[in-house]
Write a new protein. Structure first.
Length: 256
């Protein structure tokens, strides 16, 4: 059984209760470590092509520190790329913990638990993705670095990225929300070596109107789960983050 994620911070927090500090400089690494990362990335890309899976590189945001002070969520972020994250934090972490721990770059996931009519909406991840194929997870993705997104780094930046991911994956738009998104927790998935900024929000109905289009590059289908039912059944095939988010949501007494 997968290890539950570490809860780095627990909310809820509204968008205006989040403070972000941004360092555009990636963490320094030696040329030898850089060469190792390139070699491992090339090998993983070759393996992905052979298995008809998808690996894309690009600039993303790395979570340096997280703290809760005076009922505010404080995030310290810097720039990395998906290649460095995948090699140092996800695939070869054991090697880096021994040989170059300062090079480990935990990219920040930005995802959301969507609810509607006392049910949760999650995605069944495509068999072509790099992490957790076939598992049930929140919608969202790794947070782009601000330079890529073309917006100033503020809390609205987090929501713009979230809404962009939802439009690409599920065709959900901001006007479909019944309640504004709030951060329920910052979680760290030990298997992936990835922290996740995990939001929640309720959508307006009806379900059929909202769930007409699903991006099949990232998800094979969507899953509707009764929020009143336990989420511990193995047949649900939830990722650790999805499992914990549903439990935290139930603990708050939400039904929508």
């Amino acid at each position: 059984m997968a290890k539950p994620p570490d809860i780095l911070a627990r909310g809820p927090f509204t968008a205006d209760q989040i403070t972000i500090r941004w360092d555009p400089q990636p963490r320094p690494i030696s040329s030898e470590v850089g060469d190792y990362i390139e070699q491992r990335w090339d090998a993983y890309c070759a393996d992905a092509r052979h298995s008809n899976r998808i690996l894309y590189n690009g600039l993303v945001a790395e979570l340096r520190t997280v703290a809760v002070r005076n009922n505010r969520l404080e995030l310290s972020l810097s720039c990395t790329d998906y290649k460095t994250f995948l090699v140092t934090a996800m695939r070869d972490r054991a090697w880096f913990l021994v040989n170059a721990p300062d090079a480990i770059s935990p990219a920040l996931g930005n995802s959301i638990l969507l609810t509607i009519d006392q049910r949760a909406i999650l995605g069944v991840r495509s068999q072509a993705v790099a992490a957790y194929p076939g598992r049930v997870h929140l919608f969202g993705g790794v947070l782009d670095a601000p330079e890529v997104a073309g917006h100033p780094l503020d809390t609205d930046f987090l929501l713009r990225h979230l809404f962009q991911e939802l439009h690409e994956e599920l065709q959900v738009l901001p006007e479909h929300f019944l309640t504004p998104p709030r951060v329920l927790a910052v979680l760290r998935d030990d298997f992936l070596g990835q922290p996740e900024l995990a939001w929640y929000a309720a959508l307006k109905g009806p379900i059929d109107t909202l769930l007409g289009s699903l991006n099949t590059e990232e998800h094979d289908q969507y899953a509707l789960l009764d929020l009143a039912q336990p989420t511990t059944s193995p047949c649900l095939n939830l990722t650790p983050v999805a499992q914990t988010m549903l439990e935290l949501h139930r603990a708050m007494g939400h039904t929508r």
